[in-house]
Design a protein around this ligand. Structure first.
Ligand SMILES: *Cc1c(COP(=O)(O)O)cnc(C)c1O
Length: 257
């Protein structure tokens, strides 16, 4: 084994600025080592800290330790935190499924939306953005695992959606996002990342992505994701500590292993 995957449940809660500095340094070292194994430059891999369920006071401490961007899965939670932490100049990324009636909230505070999974949502976002004259970076979420999840476009539907997104002129389609299979079977996880790379290649060939970003990899699998070509890892528990909220609260259709 050239790398070690650590169960996220073993992450202790980061409270002090030193805790955050230590966790961030450890995650960055693991990112650098994974990049090194496949001859990639670690500077091309973005670390997006995921602060869902983390209270605002601990997010403040994390920011004092140097974090400037934050991912949140649920719009209401993200909106509340963005308002409470408005003085901190955080770049907010919404990384969870969106209902069309919450599009206006995303437009109000988010800099990026990583979970675009339908043209209806694209239309709703664009309609809210048009009067503001602002754009929004979006990733199309792909269901690369074949798991029964209601979120993410099936791989064979991705090109169809990408071909229609240029009509929404406020959306800047920068890449693709996925959650890999929830399993300890490395081969299955790597297969998800391979599917994503081939979709990116197809999309770039047709000039459908303004940037070829791949958002993939979380606390449990970010090293494999980097080896598989990720340019953005979304890491929560390895930075903030283990979550007590079960993942089923965020991915309703997913079994918890
Ligand atoms: C929670 C979440 C993550 C981060 O998961 P961790 O196990 O905390 O690293 C990444 N992506 C999405 C979409 C999430 O909801």
């Amino acid at each position: 084994m050239t790398h070690s995957q650590r169960p996220a449940s073993s992450c202790t809660t980061a409270v002090t600025i030193e805790d955050f500095r230590r966790n961030l340094a450890a995650v960055r070292a693991r990112i650098a080592a994974a990049a090194d194994r496949v001859g990639r430059d670690a500077s091309e891999i973005r670390l997006l800290p995921v602060s869902k369920t983390v209270p605002e006071d601990r997010i403040r401490t994390a920011c004092a330790a140097g974090i400037t961007q934050m991912g949140e899965n649920k719009v209401q939670e993200a909106k509340r935190k963005a308002a409470a932490l408005a003085d901190l100049d955080i770049r907010w990324s919404v990384i969870g499924h969106l209902q069309t009636n919450k599009a206006k909230d995303v437009v109000a505070f988010a800099d990026e939306f990583q979970a675009l999974d339908s043209l209806r949502v694209a239309e709703a976002l664009d309609r809210r953005l048009q009067p503001t004259g602002r754009g929004l970076d979006v990733f199309v979420q792909v269901n690369s695992s074949g798991e029964a999840s209601k979120f993410g476009v099936e791989p064979d539907g991705v090109m169809g959606i990408l071909r229609r997104l240029p009509s929404y002129s406020c959306l800047r389609v920068v890449g693709l996002m996925t959650l890999a299979a929830r399993t300890d079977d490395e081969a299955r996880i790597r297969e998800c990342f391979r599917i994503m790379r081939s979709l990116r290649e197809a999309a770039l060939q047709e000039d459908l992505l303004s940037d070829g970003q791949l958002s993939m990899g979380m606390s449990g699998d970010f090293e494999l994701a980097i080896e598989g070509g990720s340019t953005c890892v979304r890491v929560g528990q390895a930075i903030f500590g283990a979550r007590s909220t079960p993942d089923s609260a965020y991915w309703p259709e997913r079994s918890s292993r």
